[in-house]
Design a protein around this ligand. Structure first.
Ligand SMILES: [Cu+2]
Length: 299
């Protein structure tokens, strides 16, 4: 769990407490219907936020992420609804259950970056519950007459802005530290980069045996002269990525994957941390069997 995920959890707990407090205090201003709407909105938003988050953290284990996502949604929805009345708590519980389940499935399927975007959107929606609570419990006449009618939207907007800004800040800081560590890594390892060029043509890698040194940056270039796509995959390889020009489909520990489109070139620079002999192959169905296989020796 990263700093960003921890931050999202803390914000969720915070909003749940604020929502409960507001709901209990302004209960008499709410009709049954508006209480139900708020609970449903809150349960669903928190369920989706937590579901997507746990879906990415426990990628590959949909059972755990579904349980955690649903529990978070149910807890938030029922607490918020329970502050109004029993019917609203049922509404909140069910919405939280559904949101958590859908979020976990979504988190399982999308990449880390995409998930972070969705988490921010649904976290924003969760924060908006506070605004919804204030608006729904203030009569129209009151809203027009009071100066606080101006203050409230502004303060709520500021609050939401701060919440999002802080989340972004944590994200940036994480990326920043990753960047600087790889930079200093460059200096520690070596200035010279090893360059490996592999050409793929007619179900063959050429060369199909490569030698590299560990703890030294390797630029890996894959040139595809074929009319069909290829890739290269290495399992159980402990490495640190420095740069890449293609996106990973999924973040799996110790799995190296570089994809190359028809008549395209892909490149990535990384550092291998452990010596050993590794097998590499193409994951496109049938290609490995037709001879797209090779050996990587790390000294
Ligand atoms: Cu292939």
């Amino acid at each position: 769990m990263s700093d960003f995920h921890l931050y999202v959890l803390i914000v969720i707990v915070g909003i749940t407490l604020i929502t409960m407090f507001l709901a209990l205090r302004r209960k008499k201003h709410f009709t049954l219907m508006s209480g139900m709407i708020v609970s449903m909105f809150f349960g669903m938003s928190v369920g989706l936020t937590a579901g997507i988050m746990f879906g990415t953290i426990y990628q590959g284990n949909l059972f755990i992420s579904t349980i955690l996502g649903m529990s978070s949604g149910i807890l938030a929805g029922s607490l918020c609804g329970g502050s109004f009345n029993f019917i609203s708590s049922i509404e909140g519980t069910l919405a939280g259950l559904m949101g958590g389940m859908m979020g976990a499935m979504l988190g399982e399927m999308i990449t880390f970056e995409e998930a972070n975007m969705f988490i921010k959107i649904f976290l924003l929606m969760s924060c908006c519950t506070i605004y919804l609570l204030i608006i729904l419990s203030t009569s129209l006449k009151e809203r027009i007459n009071k100066i606080s009618a101006f203050i409230k939207p502004i303060s709520v907007t500021l609050f939401i802005g701060c919440v999002l800004f802080l989340g972004d800040f944590l994200n940036i800081e994480k990326e920043g530290s990753k960047f600087s560590s790889s930079n200093s890594g460059n200096q520690v390892f070596n200035k010279e980069t090893q360059k490996i060029v592999i050409e793929t043509s007619e179900m063959n890698y050429s060369p199909n045996e490569i030698n590299v040194e560990k703890n030294k940056p390797v630029t890996f270039q894959l040139i595809n002269v074929d009319q069909i796509e290829h890739d290269i995959e290495i399992r159980n390889l402990s490495f640190t990525t420095i740069t890449e020009d293609t996106h990973h489909h999924k973040r799996i520990e110790n799995l190296f994957h570089l994809h190359v489109g028809p008549q395209k070139t892909s490149e990535t620079t990384f550092v291998i941390n452990e010596s050993g002999t590794y097998e590499f192959y193409c994951t496109i169905p049938g290609h490995k069997e037709s001879g797209m296989i090779g050996q990587l020796v790390v000294h």
